[in-house]
Write a protein that binds this ligand. Structure first.
Ligand SMILES: *[C@@H]1O[C@H](CO)[C@@H](O)[C@H](O)[C@H]1NC(C)=O
Ligand SMILES: *[C@@H]1O[C@H](CO)[C@@H](O)[C@H](O)[C@H]1NC(C)=O
Length: 413
């Protein structure tokens, strides 16, 4: 052992190298030439001429012009594309689902998520209605939705994650990673940083809760849950009740032309008495017998039946993208399904990690150019400007409308 040169490596690094070398990769797509033979574009929405075209490109700004992905290229279109891999089950394995996504358009409403599908799917018919096992990735719609979806399908029902996981909203590439482990824990990472983690039991409502409030339990009669009580020592000041609520207005004067015989006897009007403090109440003090708010004790839920295979998807077979986009420009790349988080981390580092600085610089350059163009193109006469504005307004109206439809769809998920 001492003669093994590897033994000089720090143990953690050694372990991670071992882990990566034993990683099982179920699917990996870096979108190189020939990708079309591995992916099937669905006919979904084609007959309505609402099916959008994918563009094989590295985008308007990138860290490596040779590293292409697939990008939505038409506004107001549906997109559906999928790839098949040898069917597998993640039983007793960690499942890692990872991809990168870049919204080059300033996305106001649209998804950037992907799906894992099980069993047999007619890829030519893959669409919004096709059942899926996992849906994961960013989703942006208006101001209200800017989150990472992590939907698990269990027993035929789609369950949304109950925790908020904010997504990235800029125009750069980000890597989204979803890890599900055999101990029914999960992690969600963005750019190799863990953003959320926990248990499938508590962060989704896949099963009824393990424990419930005892429906039989009743608050004991003598349970004192009043935090404050009237001070028994406090006494009503003497003469308190003698202060009248109203007094005669000291400013009021009998009008000069008042005729007692015709108008009757003059009485001065009354006004609220500034001295009057309302009905006397003793001041409140902390209740020395306060026991806190009563809570029913928890008992085991008789409807709960554990499922040790809660995390298992036994027939994973396809990965797909199914989206509606108001504004196109979302670019997907580096799709990975593996059983080894360490390998996924390395892939992210080798792709997004290596390119992110150059991509950011290219983006900033492109923004600068765009701003310069805009100043240059600024029309001299204001009429033309008005027309532009009107067009912009129309565009955003349409976008808003679609945003609403989409938000409704969101609620139905
Ligand atoms: C594909 O993307 C490139 C880079 O952004 C762009 O120049 C080209 O016009 C796009 N093609 C289509 C058909 O949208
Ligand atoms: C699965 O769904 C069926 C029908 O909706 C339901 O009767 C059954 O209780 C569910 N099982 C679990 C474990 O949730």
């Amino acid at each position: 052992m001492a003669r093994n040169p590897k033994s000089s490596l720090p143990l953690l690094l050694l372990l991670s190298l071992l882990a990566v070398s034993s990683a099982k990769v179920f699917f990996e797509e870096r979108f190189t030439d020939g990708w079309e033979s591995r992916w099937v574009v669905s006919d979904w929405k084609k007959d309505e001429s609402m099916a959008g075209e994918w563009n094989f490109t590295s985008g308007k700004w990138n860290g490596d012009a040779e590293d292409k992905g697939i990008q939505t290229s038409q506004d107001y279109r549906f997109y559906a594309i999928s790839a098949e891999y040898p069917e597998f089950s993640n039983k007793d394995k960690t499942l890692v689902f990872q991809f990168s996504v870049k919204h080059e358009q300033k996305l106001d409403c649209g998804g950037g998520y992907m799906k894992l599908l099980s069993g047999d799917v007619d890829q030519k018919k893959f669409g919004g209605e096709t059942p899926y096992s996992i849906m994961f990735g960013p989703d942006i719609c208006g101001y209200s939705t800017k989150k990472v979806h992590a939907i698990l399908t269990y027993n035929g029902t789609n369950h949304l994650i109950k925790k908020e996981v904010p997504c990235e909203t800029d125009q750069l590439t980000h890597v989204y990673t979803f890890i599900i482990r055999p101990d029914a824990t999960y992690s969600i990472l963005i750019d190799n940083v863990e953003k959320q983690t926990g248990s499938l039991y508590s962060d989704w409502s896949l099963l009824p809760p393990k424990q419930i409030k005892d429906p039989e339990a009743k608050k004991p009669e003598d349970w004192d849950d009043k935090e404050y009580i009237p001070d028994p020592e406090d006494k009503k000041p003497e003469g308190y009740d003698d202060i009248p609520k109203e007094i005669v207005d000291p400013e009021a004067k009998k009008p000069e032309d008042w005729d007692d015989e015709e108008d009757g006897e003059w009485t001065a009007p009354t006004i609220p008495n500034p001295e009057y403090k309302g009905e006397w109440k003793p001041k409140k003090i902390k209740n020395p017998n306060f026991k806190g708010k009563w809570k029913a004790p928890l008992i085991d839920n008789p409807d709960f039946k554990d499922d040790p295979d809660l995390y298992v998807f036994p027939n994973l077979k396809y990965v797909g993208i199914e989206l509606w986009q108001v504004k196109s420009g979302t670019l997907f790349d580096n799709v990975l399904i593996t059983d080894e988080p360490e390998y996924a981390k390395q892939v992210a580092e080798e792709t997004w990690g290596k390119q992110k600085d150059a991509e950011k610089a290219a983006f900033e350059e492109a923004e600068k150019k765009r701003e310069e163009e805009e100043t240059k193109d600024e029309p001299a006469d204001s009429d033309a400007e008005d027309e532009d504005d009107a067009e912009d307004a129309e565009d955003s109206d349409a976008a808003e409308e679609s945003a609403e439809t989409k938000e409704e769809a969101h609620d139905e998920l």
